[in-house]
Design a binder for this molecule. Structure first.
Ligand code: UGY
Ligand code: MN
Length: 243
């Protein structure tokens, strides 16, 4: 049965909603026993790339000279750099600076969020070093004093980092207190639950598994709907002058 051409996915000038029914898998250079769903990239209007990597046991990510952020969704994967070795399990994450040789090898079937971005150097702060952690060990803080909307910053706020990756968890009925319009762009993966996302002048029902890109100045608002919390992982460029 054909789906009669229906999808919630939509590609607009300042935002993209990418739903799993429209995902197309590809292989990026150097990947082994792995595929990528490239959600957003410069070709789509963004200054970064975000993809979901799906690795078979023994599968590997290809190399990159750009800085790379990895967040484990499922499975287990070994990250080896010249000086360290870490196993990423769900909720585990790693930041790898530009030009840092590393390998990422799946122990079992594994799904990873991968974000890559050219680094913007500034004179006033040193370039960041490899940083590995687990979400459960990061501080959860309420946004705007709302205990029903909790934010965890996965990366240090230091100006060395030119982007941030946070998780945001909304209790049922919780919402952003305002429509945000800001210079930063976002890559967002819905991890749990769902709700309504306002993007530009449209309101979209969204659910776990959906990806959203918000370009600079895209009006944005989210309210959680349902009987369980809604949670998403969100990237933003950060700590740099607009010019
Ligand atoms: O950090 C943020 O800009 C975040 N509050 N935006 C969002 O959730 N759409
Ligand atoms: Mn925002």
């Amino acid at each position: 049965m054909h789906n009669l051409g229906h999808t919630r996915s939509t590609n607009q000038r300042d935002h993209l909603l990418h739903t799993p029914d429209t995902f197309v898998r590809t292989v990026l250079p150097g990947m082994e026993r792995a595929t990528a769903v490239v959600h957003i990239s410069p070709a789509g209007g963004a200054a970064f790339t975000q993809y979901t990597a799906e690795l078979e046991p023994g599968g590997k990510l290809g190399p990159t000279s750009n800085q790379r952020f990895i967040y484990a969704l499922e499975g287990a994967a070994d990250l080896a750099t010249d000086t360290s070795f870490h196993t990423l399990i769900p909720g585990g994450f790693a930041y790898i600076p530009e030009d840092a040789a590393h390998t990422l090898t799946a122990q079992q079937s594994t799904r990873l969020v991968v974000i890559e971005k050219p680094y913007e150097t500034i004179a006033s702060a040193p370039a960041p070093e490899t940083f590995v952690g687990h979400e459960d060990k990061t501080l959860s803080v309420p946004l705007n004093d709302d205990p029903d909307l909790q934010v965890r910053s996965l990366l240090p706020g230091s100006p060395s980092f030119d982007f941030a990756v946070n998780t945001m968890t909304y209790q049922p009925g919780a919402a952003l207190s305002m429509v945000e319009v800001h210079i930063m762009e976002h890559g967002l993966l819905m991890l749990e639950g769902g709700g309504i996302y306002r993007l530009g002048d449209s309101w979209y029902p969204v659910t776990a598994g959906d990806f959203i890109w918000m370009g600079p100045y895209c009006p944005q608002w989210f309210g959680a709907i349902g009987k369980r919390p809604a949670k998403y992982l969100i990237y933003k460029d950060w700590n740099r002058h607009p010019l």
